[in-house]
Design a protein around this ligand. Sequence first.
Ligand code: AMP
Length: 115
Amino acid sequence: MAEDTIFAKIARGEVPARIVYQDNDVTAFYDVAPAAPKHVLIIPNKPIRTLNDATEADRRVLGQMLLVARQVAADLGVAESGYRLVMNCNRDGGQSVWHLHLHLLAGRTLSWPPG
Ligand code: AMP
């Protein structure tokens, strides 16, 4: 079982966030320290610590995260200009919050490769 993180509290409405989308499975909200003009995080409402901890039972929520990312990109008006989805995993991946999350970054030309 994953620990109770700030993201689990946001999903439960116990910590304020600028939520842009929520359903029974997934919540999307603006990143508090944006790395791009548009930076939204998409999380499963249920705590999953890292992608390594996801199981076959999480197949549906993992798919829903991608579909929500697509919808958020459209709602933000960046679907055509483009966006990047990033999921950091563990130390070398740069993960700092131990509740699975997908970054949606947009609003400027993003460089590649990432640092
Ligand atoms: P990562 O480094 O991939 O684990 O990303 C964690 C992200 O969560 C960072 O971009 C942080 O700026 C963001 N973050 C941390 N706390 C909050 C919060 N309370 N509300 C919104 N975003 C947050």
